[in-house]
Design a protein around this ligand. Sequence first.
Ligand SMILES: Nc1ncnc2c1ncn2[C@@H]1O[C@H](COP(=O)(O)OP(=O)(O)OP(=O)(O)O)[C@@H](O)[C@H]1O
Ligand SMILES: [Mg+2]
Length: 356
Amino acid sequence: MFYTKNGNKIVFKKYLSPKNIKIELDKYIIGQYQTKKIISVAVYNHYKRLYIMNKNNIYLEKSNILLIGPTGSGKTLIVKSLAKIVNVPILIVDATSFTEAGYVGEDVESIIQKLLHECNYDVELTEKSIVYIDEIDKISKKNDFYSGKDVSGEGVQQSMLKLIEGVTLNISPLIEKRTSQQQTYFLINTLNILFIAGGAFSGIEIFINSRINKEISFLNKNNNEKNLLMNIINDDLINFGIIPEFLGRLPIITVFKELNIYELLHILLKTKNSLIKQFCYLFIIENVDIKFSINSIKEISKIAIKKNIGARGLKSILENILLDILYIFPSKKNLKMIIIYKNVIIMKKKPILIYK
Ligand SMILES: Nc1ncnc2c1ncn2[C@@H]1O[C@H](COP(=O)(O)OP(=O)(O)OP(=O)(O)O)[C@@H](O)[C@H]1O
Ligand SMILES: [Mg+2]
């Protein structure tokens, strides 16, 4: 619910400047500076639109955002973190759960129904919210040879068009209020709801690459595979299966970079609730200290890069490496400290154990 603990509605009056939003985001998201700036400005402008709009005759149009980036680069995390930072209700939904209205599955109006429910049926609050539609790449247009109709791809994109642009909907409550005889409906206008969509668009590099190859001469070819995504343009997204009308409603596109070894190292060590802090805690509660050499952490980051799963892979890599230690240490008496060094990671050597 977007209410404070004592039941008061979220207050919009005090809002953070773009700089301060970014400073807060920095605590959770490593790297991705350009995207953090874009998101900070967009959210700040969202506030401004809501509070300045009615005072003058100028109508500020909203600027919905599309987040693109490799798996495990922080797309979902940035929105989840934003929800902790800003004073605006943010609802996160998954595009894969929707189908075109009239077919089996949820239709897109259920997004607004959920939002309204989370806003405790406060229409004004609902109309000022932010909606994040995750895994948007999974509703790309498919050429379904058998059914001929693409109800969970293009069909969903089509039905989202009006919702994203601004439409007035008659929304029924998520849970019917059993006490009332008549069903109450809520009129919700989506014009001022800020929509952010995000996805990994895995495989889109093929379209970018072939376009670039056509555009530039043979001599100029210098396509760094890793940075291909940075060259993305609308045509590539259309070739991938996003319909032009849908793209047109998401005017800001920002690309997340693949995280490098130092950023992964930073994620392991320095973020709020970092993985290393979490693992250390697992040992500390049993009075055992665990230390990781900086080189061992670099090696863990290198494995994540090799696996191409970004920061998403760090946890499983760490768990794999520490399995034997986690298995053995609770039954070891008088154990004081465990030291993980580089060769524990790369050569599967035993860690150093120091006893009391
Ligand atoms: N830039 C980052 N800074 C800090 N942690 C990160 C970052 N990127 C990813 N992580 C870590 O990896 C996990 C997965 O990231 P996230 O869910 O944001 O990936 P994603 O980009 O949405 O990937 P996918 O396309 O697979 O959904 C996060 O919970 C977080 O622990
Ligand atoms: Mg995600």
